[in-house]
Design a protein around this ligand. Sequence first.
Ligand SMILES: *Cc1c(COP(=O)(O)O)cnc(C)c1O
Length: 223
Amino acid sequence: MQTVSLATLQRQIAGVSSPTRPVRLLAVSKLQPAEAVSALAAQGQRAFGENYVQEADAKIQALSGQGLEWHLIGHLQSNKAELAARIFDWVQTVDRPKLVQALAQHRPAGLAPLNVLIQVNIDDEDSKHGCRPEQVNALAEAIVGHERLRLRGLMAIPAPFPEQEKRQAAFARMRALFDTLAARHEQVDTLSMGMSADFAEAIAAGSTMVRVGSALFGPRPSL
Ligand SMILES: *Cc1c(COP(=O)(O)O)cnc(C)c1O
């Protein structure tokens, strides 16, 4: 994976986006030090994605007061939902009713409602979290019933098929699910899909938020 500057990545994203469908860049900073986040923030990047609640907690505290927006993009265990509801601006990995309940219960009253995306296991992989496509509507209804939560859309991590048609088919299924959801809920505006290797394909399929880590930060330090 070649590493590119923030400006180059922004140009690449703009080059494949349509003017009527702006695409936001989420910089995925998991396992990267706070200094690496600061460096990108100094260049104007505002939204950052983290996978691990504890690691994120330390970084968010270290970088508080800079107006950054933090997204949880890793699997959330129910016993970490209380902390997650306090420190994140978005949780992109909501995939079961129990988590909806826990996040709503613990989102502090003094903060804006927590933005949530429903994670869909679009290729039905045993190894992946996320709900099944046919569970999206029920989860969405549960989320909109809580005023401490704000349903914004869907997130997926499709399987990295070598065949382009299979990757495109998964993105297209997500787009269809998203359009159906957006027709039912007017506040739904975010389809989070596409990473370093496939963000251009995801944008072509209708992604509105790409989550890019290694292409921006270089290889991740291992756990
Ligand atoms: C790590 C991660 C990314 C970023 O992946 P890269 O290939 O490094 O761009 C995006 N989304 C999720 C859910 C991740 O866990």
